[in-house]
Every structure is written in structure tokens, then in C-alpha cells.
Ligand binder design. Structure first.
Ligand SMILES: [Fe+2]
Length: 346
């Protein structure tokens, strides 16, 4: 390994000259920027317990009316990335959002893409591009970059969901911004997951030969995903993971450009060993409980808990119970693939 020169070895006058000219020598910074074999990872494996998040969020509902918040969200800040960080991992923003009965989160659109993963409550809805999507526990709802969206609540109890955004990436490029809009309430379309894309393998005939739409499906109901995972669990051998990816039904590609989404089922007694990847991830437990061993650190998770895994992490997920556990995963593999540096390590 080369012994690189330090900043202190350089004459003070030279260092001052470089500073005055807004220049910096690379070699003293070389190993920090490009370490050998493994990136420097500040993000840590971390668990956010639902038993902490839920009361804090409900308290926010008492303290801050929605008119003063626009979106009433508590951010999951990874402790390795600093207390003011808005990042659960280097690329993933996770917020827990509360909407109370009768409240309305006004229409806007923004350059970062977002998704919702519903955690609790009934009667919430999101309108995306005029399409009104019911929000039931475990449903995935997309609000991609540039699409108008608003949230409302027609039920009687608080509704809570998890937001995941590529905001850290778009923000780092100084491209993050939002635009206010008019309510879309008058232009509702039926939910495409219940009409045009009801079954895998079938798409509207009229879409053949056209440029395939970027976001044909906005809502992925948990009811269907869970059923598909349970069916798959009966045919996948014990050494393979029961995991399904959420995709664009028209193209077969990941359903969003930067972040990827998948759901996995851990059978009773199963230990899942996902392949080590260059992508970071956030996992959310929809049902059941288990343990995750992340780079040697043990995280015990229960229903509605959420945890972060750094890039390049060694991961094992165990279900020691007699009931299945279901996890939803957000990762940044789609972006890494597009940029050409995504890796899997055998
Ligand atoms: Fe939004």
C-alpha cells in the first residue's frame, strides 16, 4: 500500500497559496475519498421502534395542526449521519406521517420521488395524477417525481404511513423543490390496481406498441402482495428467499428510477441470508417479528418497526417464531444499477 503525503508535509506558504486560489491537493484526502476494498460508511445499522415512533407522532398531532406543517412528518435520522441529518441511509429519506380524521394535506408536486407504505388506520387516501388510491395497511402507493398528489382522511382514527423519498440524492444535486397546486378532487380516476392492471401478465391492449407509460400503476395493495408471497413460499426451497419486487407492469423494470421496493416473507424458523450488496436499505416490518444481524449487530424487530442497513452490509434475518414475518424493503439499487456501480458480493 502506498504511503501518501500529508497536508502538514507541504510548506505553509504553499498551502496558503492553494487555499487562496481555491485549490486543494488530492493526495492527503485520497484514502478518505477512495479507501481500499470497502467504502467508509458513516450510516449505521439502526432500529426505530414503533413503540417510540407512534406516541411521538401522535404528540405531534396535538402540538402542530396540519395547516402549520403541510405534511406532519417525523424524520428517521440515522445516528451515524448526524443529529440534523434527514437521512435514514445516505440515499434514503424516511418519514413517518400522521393525518388525523378530516385533515387534508394539500396538492403539490416535487422533483424527488416518494412512496407511502401504510402502517395504521383506515379511511386515508392519496390522490395521484387524479387517481384516488385507498390507503390500507401494507399498501404501497407511488408519488413519482413531478406527479401532483394530495392526501386526505375520511375515517375516524389516526392514519399513519411511512414515506420513503430519494430526497437525499436529489437534494445533494441541488435539484429538490416543490410546486403548490389546486386540489384534484374533481378529476378522480378509478384505482388502476383494481381496473387496468388487475392481474400480472395482462396490460391494456391499447398500450402495446406505444411508448410504455412510466408510472401506469400507482397502488400495490398489500392484500395481493401478501397472497402472492404466501403462494410463493410453498414453492421456494428453504435456502432461497421468498421475496417479490414491485415493478412497472408495462416495462418489467423497477417501478421508480432511484429507489427500489420489494416485500419478503420469512417462513417460521427461517434464516434468510440476502446476498451482500453495494446498496443501502431500509426495512419495515408489516407483520410478525424477527431478528436482523447487520454487520454483526443484532436488531430485534416487531410489527411496524423500521430499521436501516448500510451499504455493503452483511445481513442475516431470522424468524424464530412459529408465524410468518413480512418485511417491506426500500433500497437504492435501481439508481446504483443505472449509474453502473451496483455490485453483489458472493
Ligand atoms: Fe409530496
Amino acid at each position: 500500500m502506498l504511503e501518501l503525503g500529508t497536508l502538514e508535509e507541504l510548506p505553509r506558504a504553499y498551502r496558503e497559496a492553494l487555499s487562496n486560489h481555491h485549490l486543494a491537493p488530492l493526495w492527503p484526502l485520497m484514502r478518505a475519498a477512495l479507501p481500499y476494498d470497502m467504502p467508509i460508511r458513516r450510516a449505521r445499522p439502526h432500529l426505530w421502534k414503533w413503540t417510540d415512533v407512534r406516541p411521538d407522532l401522535l404528540r405531534a398531532g396535538e402540538l402542530t395542526p396540519l395547516e402549520k406543517a403541510e405534511r406532519r412528518v417525523l424524520i428517521l435520522a440515522n445516528p451515524g449521519l448526524g443529529p440534523d441529518s434527514i437521512r435514514a441511509t445516505p440515499s434514503i429519506f424516511i418519514g413517518m406521517q400522521l393525518i388525523l380524521p378530516g385533515e387534508f394535506a394539500p396538492t403539490h408536486k416535487h422533483s424527488p420521488s416518494a412512496i407511502r407504505m401504510v402502517i395504521e388506520g383506515e379511511g386515508g387516501y392519496t390522490i395521484v395524477r387524479g387517481e384516488k388510491c385507498p390507503m390500507e395497511k401494507g399498501d404501497l402507493i407511488l408519488t413519482p417525481s413531478g406527479l401532483w398528489h394530495e392526501h386526505g382522511h375520511e375515517g375516524a382514527e389516526p392514519v399513519i404511513w411511512m414515506d420513503a423519498l430519494d430526497l437525499p440524492v436529489v437534494g445533494a444535486l441541488e435539484c429538490a423543490y416543490a410546486v403548490e397546486g389546486k386540489s384534484q378532487t374533481g378529476s378522480n380516476q378509478p384505482d388502476a390496481s383494481q381496473t387496468r392492471y388487475l392481474r400480472a401478465g395482462l396490460v391494456p391492449y391499447s398500450s402495446l406498441g406505444q411508448r410504455r407509460p412510466d408510472y401506469p400503476l400507482i397502488r400495490y395493495p398489500w392484500r395481493d402482495v401478501r397472497e402472492a408471497l404466501v403462494a410463493m413460499s410453498g414453492v421456494v426451497d428453504r435456502n432461497s428467499m421468498v421475496q417479490l419486487a414491485y415493478i412497472n407492469p408495462e416495462t418489467g423494470a423497477e417501478c421508480m428510477p432511484i429507489l427500489g421496493f420489494s416485500a419478503m416473507m420469512l417462513r417460521p424458523g427461517e434464516t434468510a441470508r440476502p446476498i451482500r450488496r453495494s446498496s443501502s436499505a431500509v426495512l419495515h416490518c408489516i407483520e410478525g417479528q424477527g431478528e436482523a444481524l447487520i454487520d454483526g449487530e443484532t436488531i430485534r424487530f416487531a410489527e411496524s418497526d423500521t430499521f436501516a442497513t448500510p451499504t455493503h452490509a452483511e445481513i442475516e434475518i431470522l424468524n424464530r417464531t412459529s408465524k410468518p414475518a413480512f418485511l417491506f424493503q426500500v433500497d437504492d439499487a435501481p439508481m446504483q444499477r443505472k449509474l453502473g456501480f451496483y455490485e453483489e458480493f458472493q
